[in-house]
Design a protein around this ligand. Sequence first.
Ligand code: MLT
Length: 213
Amino acid sequence: MSALAFIHRFEAGTRPGATPLLLLHGTGGDENDLLPLGRAVAPDAALLSPRGKVLEHGMPRFFRRLAEGVFDEDDVRRRADELAVFVESARTEYGITAPTALGYSNGANIAAAMLLLRPQVLSGAILLRAMVPLSAAPQVDLAAKPVLIMSGAQDPIVPAEKAARLADLLRASRAAVEHHVLPAGHGLSNADVTMAQQWLRKITARIDKTAAA
Ligand code: MLT
């Protein structure tokens, strides 16, 4: 039984150098939801998958919201902090390096909040159907941190303009952002998986090259 403060799943990686993934589910999901996606995107990486602690009509989330797309920003800040502490403790417990977040919807939004509030906790992020989580974003230096944003052109929950604002905000903080708009809605498509795989392979090769130099 783990003393870590979030219910979670951990799967060890099979390649020591592979960047671990922090899997962050959407509203109503849990710690099991994204394991298959994580395995597909990073077959040899360690996977750390917490369950969001906020319940909305019984559905787990990572922070409270006042309405669809309207966030309780004090709670966003508090929960991003709490999740960051969990990730740091899990790194010690499982002996892993700083993970890249792979978040979907509400999970992508808390990952974006962690990038802005606790940037040292994540080595990068894959944000699927994300939007700007804070109206007054803090000044932060994301110094070339790799971020992939995938949005859906027909997404009724995250209009393309909201995803573009997140990309702009992260770019202004010097993150290395790739933003793709897919012919999709809020749900994930095969293209999300393929493009996330390709992006992660590219990023990992870059990290390996730097480490070998
Ligand atoms: C959120 O609340 O984080 C977003 O509206 C996405 C969602 O969970 O529906």
